[in-house]
Ligand binder design. Structure first.
Ligand code: FEO
Length: 396
């Protein structure tokens, strides 16, 4: 992308990446992702984060164009994950006099990735400021949003918050870089929640702490490291507040099942149809077909989750185990959980699901519906009806 002027002194010098298949080599990117980095070009200049090496072919040239012959004075490292930091070496080579700005944690971690000469390091503390001219950068540590060294940078003159991963989202920037350029609800909101539920969710309590810490700032614009730039910051702050409080957006049910030959799937559809008949919104996923990334997104959106598995070599199905592992890692809270499944001789799959639920301290709603092989319609209907009745009662 070409450099884009945001204000008198602030430039967007980031890139879209529509080639990468998997973010963190784990999460699908059907609509790409943006790697946002910003240049504050005042009497002195500061680059806010860098970008991943693979999309940085034009990065240094863009910075040089904006600086127009001036040196780069500061490189602010809000976050060291390589999607934002792998061009640190490149920036140092292009601008050997640059001061690399970070907190104590930044430099502890940075030494394991990059060699920065001592004279290039500038260690700041929470609340410290650097005057660039009219522009003044102030730094606030935001540990674990998303790594322990993470901080955000506030430019006081324009009231711009460079928020790093916080307020970010999946999805390349199509047709402009601002929230005002796009139909957010139609596309970006789901990609933003998917990013939150996949990447940030585990640290929701730290997001709450960061929101409280930054609550006193007058914020006119949010410039995150992925996704849209927010000229209406109140909207995205409210969304992040809701997601990090782990409040469901919709009082409906996600059903995720693993089924080899369709018997567990029949049960999933039966439960789903019973819920639908009672007016409950349902989203049903085959875990072998839909990537766990999208299922986590829906789990974050809906209030109740019903997990079902067939037995597989004395365990739950491996794809359900994958989903359970991600649920265990991301620790969604305030959900209603129910379980079901099938086996042929020893109940292994459901036994495994129960064990997972106990270890993850999930409170189970209603009976755990278990059938042997292709269950009789009577058994399916009776037990599934009890499960659905219990779910509806809880959802009220
Ligand atoms: Fe976008 Fe935690 O890096």
């Amino acid at each position: 992308m070409k450099e884009i002027k945001i204000s008198d002194h602030i430039w967007f010098v980031g890139e879209n990446d529509r080639r990468k298949e998997l973010f963190e080599n784990n999460w699908p990117l059907p609509y790409g992702v943006s790697l946002n980095t910003y240049l504050v070009n005042d009497e002195k200049s500061a680059l806010i984060d860098t970008m991943e090496f693979g999309v940085a072919a034009n990065y240094i040239a863009k910075i040089r164009r904006v600086l127009n012959g001036k040196p780069l004075d500061y490189l602010v490292v809000n976050h060291l994950e390589p999607d934002h930091a792998s061009m640190i070496d490149g920036v140092l080579q292009a601008f050997p006099g640059v001061k690399v700005v970070g907190n104590m944690q930044t430099f502890k971690i940075l030494q394991h990735y990059y060699t920065i000469p001592e004279e290039n390091k500038l260690q700041i503390k929470d609340g410290d400021e650097i005057q660039l001219g009219e522009s003044v950068l102030q730094f606030f540590t935001a540990p674990w949003v998303h790594w322990p060294e993470t901080m955000v940078t506030y430019e006081k003159n324009t009231k711009t918050l460079f928020s790093c991963d916080a307020f970010g989202g999946f999805g390349a920037l199509d047709g402009g870089i601002y929230d005002t350029n796009v139909n957010f609800e139609a596309h970006y909101m789901s990609e933003m929640r998917r990013y939150y539920s996949n990447i940030v969710a585990k640290y929701s309590n730290m997001v709450q702490k960061a929101l409280a810490k930054l609550g006193g700032l007058d914020i006119a614009r949010i410039c995150p490291s992925h996704g849209l730039i927010w000229n209406n910051p109140a909207k995205v702050i409210a969304l992040y507040d809701k997601w990090s409080r782990q409040e469901a957006e919709t009082n409906g049910v996600v059903i995720a099942y693993a089924s080899m030959y369709g018997n567990t799937e029949q049960m999933a559809d039966h439960i789903g149809n019973l819920l639908g008949e009672k007016g409950i919104e349902v989203r049903t996923f085959d875990v072998s077909k839909t990537h766990v990334s999208y299922i986590l997104n829906e789990i974050w959106k809906y209030k109740a989750v019903v997990l079902g598995t067939c037995a597989y070599n004395t365990k739950m199905h491996p794809m359900m185990e994958h989903l359970c592992n991600e649920i265990g890692l991301n620790e969604p809270k305030n959900k209603i959980w129910s379980l079901f499944g099938s086996s042929t001789w020893n109940g292994a799959g459901v036994k495994d699901l129960k064990k997972f639920a106990e270890e993850a301290k999930l409170e189970i709603c209603g009976p755990i519906v278990e059938m042997t092989g292709g269950a009789s319609p009577e058994k399916i209907e009776r037990e599934a009806e009890e499960l659905v009745a219990a779910l509806i009662e809880k959802l009220k």
